[in-house]
Design a protein around this ligand. Structure first.
Ligand code: CA
Length: 232
């Protein structure tokens, strides 16, 4: 369970976000006035902050600067949420070091997926050194994959891709999430690049490549247990 601080003066929006977070088993705290944001973040130490830009008291950009310059809050990931849809604002937000940026109107589901992606990235800092999933074993320290006990040669990118998929095998990873997690936020690699890497990874895995399942219209998922029709 993660704790999310929502800084948003429109109660309809904060309630909608809160509803989705609760449904997914997370805890939240809503703040409507910009002046309360930093003290709330210091006191409650949330795992992530959803920050609106247009706020009474203190605007979101100022709050963001204060959060980043305060050692007690500097490492808390921030998703900026705003009605300002201009590309320049978006770039400014990201250049300032926001972890993500979403413009209104937005889908609460999309916001939730982005929150999840960031929380996963943050949790990886304290990651385990080996991941076991059925026939697969990932040795992260030495960047090696073992399939049925035999080592397989993967490139760094293929290894990162497979690690991301295997780490959260209960999750369907969207193409956007994978591009961000494997290639980094600021890269402008095309979706095609991802598909090419998935294809090569599957080829290297041979029949076990079936464990990387394409979820039509969404992305990919690593499935440890395959339905018999696919496994055969
Ligand atoms: Ca607002």
């Amino acid at each position: 369970m993660s704790k999310i601080l929502i800084v948003e003066d429109e109660s309809d929006i904060s309630e909608l976000i809160a509803l989705h977070l609760t449904r997914e088993g997370h805890d939240y705290l809503c703040i409507a006035n910009g002046l309360q944001a930093l003290p709330a973040a210091v006191e409650h130490q949330p795992d992530l902050i959803v920050l609106d830009l247009m706020l009474p008291g203190l605007d979101g950009m100022q709050i963001f600067r204060r959060l980043r310059s305060d050692t007690r809050t500097t490492n808390i990931p921030v998703i900026i949420l705003t009605a300002k849809a201009q590309v320049t604002d978006k770039i400014a937000g990201l250049e300032m070091g926001a972890d993500d940026y979403l413009t209104k109107p937005f889908s609460p589901r999309e916001l939730y997926l982005r929150i999840s992606a960031i929380l996963r990235r943050v949790k990886k800092v304290t990651h385990v050194s080996e991941i076991h999933r059925g026939r697969f074993k990932l040795d992260r320290k030495n960047m090696k994959l073992f399939l049925d006990g035999s080592p397989l040669d993967l490139t760094t990118t293929e290894f990162k891709l497979l690690t991301t998929l295997m780490e959260n095998d209960a999750t369907v990873h969207t193409r956007a999430d994978l591009l961000r997690e494997v290639w980094g936020y600021n890269s402008d690699v095309a979706t095609r690049t991802l598909d090419t890497h998935i294809k090569r990874l599957r080829e290297k895995l041979g029949l076990a490549g079936n464990h990387i399942v394409t979820i039509r219209g969404t992305g990919f998922q690593f499935q440890t247990e395959l339905p018999e029709a696919i496994a055969a």
